[in-house]
Design a protein around this ligand. Structure first.
Ligand SMILES: *Cc1c(COP(=O)(O)O)cnc(C)c1O
Length: 364
């Protein structure tokens, strides 16, 4: 039996689809990694084999994201959520002030966490409009003595994305890129810290990538738990303790594939095509609509509604039977959401659109 025939198109917001060919290569060497007689799952993280895996992963990530030498790449556990705490713990140093732009539920969680450790100001928020747009913020609106500014570049639940990178001058800009890392080209030098849980665009849950400018290391107070100090991870090549070895290996295989297939630029082109197909169809449809301001629409999470809650339910139930799974919107907002991360093939979006068209005809 061809296992590929059993595969569904998974529109989950995360964990989400991974490239099939990468998973098949991993499956082929699952119990015997490159002839060393053991699985990466069983391997010492101090072994020569794993040293090479983690080094290659970093080398390839640096290449595909064009990460300058004055940035460290570290792998930690705890997901995007632990970064909500690690960022303030490491960056509050002089004023203990941080400015946050509230663009969704994750941004809000990040700000709430930071409030435990210092003075957090919400510079701008689109909460009163259900986060359907991204506020435009000017440099002058940030407190000049803030230790950092935090944004959530792509808002997974509401289907928005910053169409611009806020200008912060000398204040380090921190970005949660959990749901958009590697989806389009970005200029790393505009950020002090970029962090992303792996389970949306990179690999399995359990590994979180932090890209941090070197001058931001070493400011954490001595009394914080050792694991929460970025410098510990940077100084030890993410091997202060046992890293999430298997997740790093899978991430590394994904980076390798990206590098071999035209880099992030090629992914960006396909992602834009996939998203445009879907938004164009939704915009001309008489059944579906997208509540998000056009300029702020996410390439990764496409949110849409029929305007009728029962019909939305029918949609998610019937699409599931058609092999298009996890199309229900986040439990907090309802409607539908198609997460079309890097690994979602164009074919999946086409199948979804075919289904939507039929559903529209049948439910006029
Ligand atoms: C999924 C997500 C998170 C939370 O990630 P965890 O790994 O579950 O902690 C944080 N921020 C954004 C933007 C996300 O999409």
């Amino acid at each position: 039996m061809n296992k590929k025939n059993n595969r569904v198109f998974n529109f989950s917001a995360g964990p989400s689809m991974l490239p099939l060919d990468v998973m098949e290569d991993i499956a082929a060497e699952l119990t015997d990694y490159q002839g060393c007689g053991q699985s990466v799952m069983e391997m010492s993280h101090r072994s020569a084999e794993f040293e090479k895996i983690i080094e290659d992963a970093e080398k390839n990530l640096r290449e595909i994201m064009n990460i300058p030498d004055n940035y460290k790449v570290i792998y930690v556990q705890g997901g995007g959520t632990l970064q909500f705490a690690m960022v303030p713990l490491n960056l509050f140093k002089s004023s203990k002030k941080a400015d946050y732009i509230l663009t969704g539920a994750w941004a809000k969680k990040a700000a709430e966490e930071a409030k435990k450790f210092g003075d957090v100001k919400i510079t701008a928020s689109s909460e009163l409009d259900n986060f359907v747009y991204i506020p435009q913020v000017m440099k002058e609106e940030f407190r000049s003595d803030a230790d950092y500014v935090h944004i959530t570049l792509n808002n997974t639940i509401y289907g928005t994305k910053f169409p611009y990178i806020p200008e912060t001058g000398d204040i380090p800009l921190v970005a949660d890129m959990s749901s958009c890392i590697l989806s389009e080209e970005i200029d790393v030098t505009k950020f002090g810290i970029i962090y992303a849980g792996a389970q949306k665009n990179i690999g399995p849950a359990g590994v979180t990538i932090v890209i941090i400018r070197e001058d931001l290391l070493g400011n954490a107070p001595k009394e914080i738990p050792t694991y929460l100090d970025y410098k510990i991870h940077a100084d030890n090549g993410s091997m202060y303790n046992t890293p999430p070895c298997f997740g790093i290996y899978v991430a590394g295989e994904v980076f390798k594939k990206i590098k071999a297939t035209g880099g992030v630029r090629a992914l960006e082109k396909i992602n834009k095509e996939k998203a445009k197909m879907l938004y164009d169809y939704i915009d001309q449809s008489s059944l579906y609509s997208c509540p998000v301001a056009e300029r702020d629409r996410s390439l990764m999470n496409v949110v849409f509604i029929t305007g009728d809650k029962d019909l939305d339910k029918k949609f998610t139930a019937e699409s599931k039977s058609a092999g298009l799974i996890n199309l229900a919107g986040h439990r907090s907002i309802g409607g539908m959401r198609a997460s079309i991360y890097n690994a979602m093939p164009k074919e999946g979006v086409e199948k979804l659109m075919d289904f939507m068209k039929n559903f529209e005809t049948e439910n006029k």
